[in-house]
Design a protein around this ligand. Sequence first.
Ligand SMILES: NC(=O)c1ccc[n+]([C@@H]2O[C@H](COP(=O)([O-])OP(=O)(O)OC[C@H]3O[C@@H](n4cnc5c(N)ncnc54)[C@H](OP(=O)(O)O)[C@@H]3O)[C@@H](O)[C@H]2O)c1
Length: 248
Amino acid sequence: MSNNIEGKVVVITGASSGLGEAAARLLSGEGASVVLGARRVDRIQSLAGALTAKGGKALAVATDVTQYDQVKRLVDAAVETYGRIDVMINNAGLMPHSPLERLKIDEWNRMIDVNIKGVLYGIAAALPHMKQQKAGHIINVSSVAGHKVGPGSAVYAATKYAVRALSEGLRQEVKPYNIRTTVISPGAVATELPDSISEPDVSQSIHKFYEAFAIPADSFARAVAFAISQPEEVDVNEILFRPTRQEL
Ligand SMILES: NC(=O)c1ccc[n+]([C@@H]2O[C@H](COP(=O)([O-])OP(=O)(O)OC[C@H]3O[C@@H](n4cnc5c(N)ncnc54)[C@H](OP(=O)(O)O)[C@@H]3O)[C@@H](O)[C@H]2O)c1
């Protein structure tokens, strides 16, 4: 019986750690060919090697999602190697929380570049292929912070609200091309994400929160697999999940 994952070609940005890596492992185990993008090439190469050693198909392509050319190269490599792209997972992101009054303007710019423009570049790279195929699935990663804003998270939350807005616009626009769209909004999941916080006091409190509440990254991977594995006529548009104990 098909799981509707086996044989699919899945491109994942931010596949070098955390949620992207967990999704790559689960989807590869279910028979997908995975194409891994991130800047830390050693990590994606060794992940691709481990998946291949288990009998999977995997390719690693050095990718900085702030550069459209590089995201296009990632997607084109998937199509050249495996003949098509079935799923694009725009997952790369960072979360350097800080209060606005500390004026961490470089960090604001990086979040806008990676969390918003990176997603747009992923859409731009995948869409022409999917339109031509008249099939495909674009999965964008937002956050609980795309639903709720708190002190210190204003810019991060703004980028994640933007991902939801983009995903909803995309959903409506790609109807003629038989393309599915899903936005996934996780709560606290144990990854390297809090390491992107540079302000020591904020870093300490977020790390404490994650140590107390975060759930394993395969929670995200299962949400991705759920959306992909639905019959093609079923479009799961939004998934919001949290640790059971997370109040926020
Ligand atoms: N963990 C959570 O609690 C949580 C909750 C809600 C949403 N999210 C979202 O989930 C996504 C994945 O985060 P994570 O939790 O898995 O954190 P993570 O372990 O820090 O992973 C972040 C990934 O993004 C990649 N990345 C960062 N900047 C990049 C760039 N310029 N170009 C290409 N890749 C880049 C990193 O790869 P390189 O550094 O190797 O490039 C890494 O693979 C993010 O969008 C995050 O906002 C996470």
